[in-house]
Design a protein around this ligand. Structure first.
Ligand SMILES: NC(=O)c1ccc[n+]([C@@H]2O[C@H](COP(=O)([O-])OP(=O)(O)OC[C@H]3O[C@@H](n4cnc5c(N)ncnc54)[C@H](O)[C@@H]3O)[C@@H](O)[C@H]2O)c1
Length: 353
């Protein structure tokens, strides 16, 4: 399948590796800054040497005619670029967040349906072994009734992170600790609890960094089935990433995934646990990837390729991306208005009321 990548920045290596692992034919690369290819993709210089390079993604779509295009540009550009790809008849993998506004996500959904293309969203932590094990336990009803969930992302991002590109920390193109860094965990919360919440009450602040958006945000969420959840999202956890933790507590079980990016099993206790199960889960399902991005890009690409072949929705598509986005936007609205925000989720895209 002919494959193109738009955006040759920091996350681009994950995309090129994923494309290679999935046997995709590299048909074009695009970046407005031609220097980014050498800066970030030199590890694959041999393979990429003869791949046409473009500075305009529309020209690439016209000339390279990809069947699948990945978008790894600043977040505020995702939606318009996705619409261009879909219009050109290409399946798309969009980096997170899928868009900055729910209306844009809905437009992507409608355009994809019209054109009959698959759209995946890089919320790749769903493919982490520990996360898959947690989801299986939820599906098997091992928690009993879920009563509470907590998500904490305590990371550090210094001035050098925010100053490496002008789009970082801006409202139009990025968002802050909730939108950029915490969206993976918020998506996992949605996946584990099975729906968007009923209400969100949030606070956010910019305490340390010179950015437009929040470097810390907290929220309390109430679900229709009664469960409560909390979020704590920060890029001010000096001096380095400390944890990305998701804990679920139910009437018959509790589990916690932790480590710096939710890749390890820390707690695993269930009424119906087999002898030694907790130690076994810790041993088998904890991994230690080189970066917080983890190993999920390749698995997400595999799922999208299979979805294209089988004409089925991908595991993480527009609906899932939009539902995670909608929680963050609701949290922003609550923090800015000082009021709880009510929420309605239907079977397509979660809507803030
Ligand atoms: N899934 C993950 O774990 C993960 C990890 C990191 C980043 N991301 C997401 O990936 C995206 C990119 O992040 P990054 O860290 O690689 O950023 P980056 O700034 O390093 O790279 C973005 C690249 O896009 C290029 N670009 C900007 N405008 C363009 C245009 N109009 N056409 C073509 N190229 C253009 C820039 O020149 C730059 O090279 C963001 O949306 C971010 O949220 C996701």
């Amino acid at each position: 399948m002919r494959y193109c990548l738009i955006g040759c920045g920091r996350v681009a290596p994950e995309h090129i590796r994923a494309a290679q692992h999935n046997g995709l034919e590299l048909a074009g690369l695009c970046d407005v800054d031609p220097g980014r290819r050498a800066e970030n993709l030199s590890f694959a210089a041999d393979v990429l040497r003869d791949v046409p390079f473009f500075t305009d993604h529309r020209a690439m779509l016209r000339e390279a005619k990809p069947a699948l295009t990945a978008i790894a540009t600043p977040s505020g550009l995702h939606a318009a670029m996705a619409l261009d790809c879909i219009e050109a008849g290409s399946h798309v993998i969009i980096e997170k967040p899928i868009a900055m506004h729910l209306a844009d996500a809905e437009q992507i959904q409608q355009a994809a349906q019209r054109q009959g293309v698959v759209v995946g969203n890089n919320l790749q932590n769903r493919f982490n072994p520990a996360v898959c094990a947690l989801r299986k336990a939820v599906e098997e009803g091992r928690f009993g009734r879920i009563l509470s969930a907590t998500f904490q992302l305590r990371w550090w991002r210094g001035a050098e992170y925010y100053s490496q590109a002008a789009w970082r920390g801006t409202r139009a193109l990025d968002g802050g600790a909730m939108m950029n860094q915490s969206i993976h965990g918020i998506d996992l919360l949605n996946w584990m609890l099975g729906s968007c919440p009923e209400t969100i009450t949030a606070l956010k602040s910019t305490l340390l960094h010179t950015i437009e958006c929040e470097d810390i945000g907290v929220a309390a969420l109430r679900y229709r089935h009664g469960a409560l959840a909390t979020l704590e999202c920060m890029t001010v956890a000096y001096p380095a990433a400390q944890e990305e933790t998701l804990q679920i507590n139910g009437t018959k079980g509790c589990a916690r995934l932790g480590g710096t990016a939710g890749h390890t099993v820390e707690l695993w206790r269930f009424d119906d646990a087999a002898p030694g199960e907790e130690a076994e889960m810790r041993r088998r399902y904890s991994v230690n990837p080189a970066s917080v991005y983890g190993h999920g890009h390749s698995l997400l690409y595999a799922d999208v390729c299979d979805a294209i072949a089988q004409r089925r929705p991908p595991l993480v598509g527009v609906t899932e991306g939009a539902n995670a986005l909608s929680i963050i936007l609701a949290a922003y609205r609550s923090a800015e208005s000082g009021r709880p925000v009510r929420f309605h989720s239907d079977e397509t895209i979660g809507k803030i009321l």
